[in-house]
Design a binder for this molecule. Structure first.
Ligand code: NAD
Ligand code: DAU
Length: 338
């Protein structure tokens, strides 16, 4: 199978590429990524040495660029990770979120339709369901929970999900959608809570915690998410949505305190709350378990400890991001406009 992975130079996409190269050496991986601030060519350094891996620098919302890749590579399946992914940035600058997360998905769906691609998998998020009350531990998001996005980011992801569903029903494009909870692990960009906490503490800076720190997220180690997408790609049913999560609910304060305890140091600084801040996410992953035999396998404490170890062992990776030199690397290897 030849799989086009869009957004593969980001956090989850790169982990997925390494998962596929390791678990399915018979497959060929083509990665297309615009290399925005969140894309990092250094992350794909080891993949680039692999004979079954090809990289294109391309914007998924530019139909000519997408068409060129589809015509040349003729992928059997497309897995779309490409997105603007940071909620805080969407609150400050919504328009690029609509361009990439909505129009980019439409461009990919059109190309899949034209080329008769056997599967388009849209990597979505639990944020499309809005939020749950903090005190109601009996309530979870199921695949039937109505979409009720809170931020421009989650509204753009919900729009893409609706578009993907419409292309399945109207044109018969074989679409699957996964809605996963918060990921963490290697190659996580240090603007998100866990890598920000680790890298701030290692540089002697406090960890900013929004509001009271009581908001709850449902954490999943990134490798479990990659295995879930792999299972959906191989055994999922077109037209179906799959919730992905591992029942690892933690408040933000619990998460930051756990990082402080693993590093043996660190200070918290309470700062202004995020506008429209979702209170709690909690996924019911029983469809994945029942229908596809997938189950989250990494407990939060173990995954967090692995993540902290990874950031300690790969200091150069995140220092190049923080000092901006990763963008020079992107330019040198994959062309201008980075
Ligand atoms: P990320 O921000 O780390 O990576 C996004 C990647 O997409 C980057 O490599 C970037 O260069 C690329 N990209 C952005 N705009 C592009 C465009 N127009 N054309 C081509 N490439 C473009 O994101 P992530 O955290 O790895 O998330 C990947 C996907 O998974 C996103 O769709 C996100 O909504 C979804 N998701 C993320 C999480 C999470 O916790 N991080 C959880 C559930 C779902
Ligand atoms: O639930 C899945 C989503 O998880 C994905 O769709 C998004 O792409 C991904 O970014 C993530 O969104 P969150 O907003 O939950 O992640 P973030 O790491 O930005 O924030 C996690 C929680 O921590 C959230 O309640 C806000 C809080 N926070 C975040 C930052 C960056 C802080 O308290 N301080 C911070 O500095």
């Amino acid at each position: 199978m030849k799989i086009l992975v869009t957004g593969g130079a980001g956090f989850i996409g790169s982990n997925f590429i390494y998962h596929m190269l390791r678990e399915h050496p018979e497959d060929t991986i083509v990665c297309a990524d615009k290399l925005t601030y969140a894309g990092n060519a250094e992350t794909l350094g080891n993949a680039a040495k692999h004979p079954s891996f090809t990289f294109y620098r391309a914007d998924i919302s530019v139909s000519r660029a997408v068409e060129e890749i589809f015509s040349r590579e003729k992928p059997d399946a497309v897995v779309n990770f490409a997105a603007e992914s940071h909620v805080d940035r969407s609150i400050a600058h919504p328009s690029v979120f609509l361009k990439t997360n909505v129009l980019g998905v439409q461009t990919l769906l059109d190309a899949c339709r034209r080329h008769g691609v056997a599967r388009f998998h849209q990597v979505s998020t639990d944020e499309v369901y809005g939020d749950l009350p903090i005190g109601r531990r009996d309530l979870f998001f199921t695949e039937d929970t109505p979409l009720k996005a809170s931020s421009p980011y989650s509204a753009s992801k919900a729009s893409a999900d609706l578009l993907a569903g419409a292309y399945f029903r109207t044109y018969g494009v074989p679409v699957t959608i996964s809605r996963c909870s918060n990921n963490y692990g290697p190659y996580h960009f240090p603007e998100k809570l866990i890598p920000l906490a680790i890298t701030n503490i290692l540089r002697g800076k406090p960890v900013p915690v929004y509001g009271t720190g009581e908001n709850v997220r449902d954490w999943l180690y990134v490798e479990d998410h990659c295995a879930a997408i792999d299972a959906i790609l191989r055994r999922g049913v077109p037209g179906r949505v799959y919730n992905v999560g591992g029942h690892n609910e933690r408040s933000n304060l619990q998460v930051v305190r756990a990082v402080i305890s693993l590093l043996g140091k660190g200070e918290i600084e309470f700062v202004c709350d995020r506008a429209g801040h979702d209170l709690r996410y909690a996924i019911d992953p029983s469809r994945m378990e029942r229908e596809l035999g997938w189950k989250g396998s990494v407990p939060f404490e173990e995954g967090l400890s692995r993540t902290v170890e990874w950031f300690l062992a790969n200091r150069q990776w995140w220092e190049h991001i923080l000092d901006g030199s990763y963008r020079k690397y992107n330019r040198e290897f994959y062309g201008a406009n980075s």
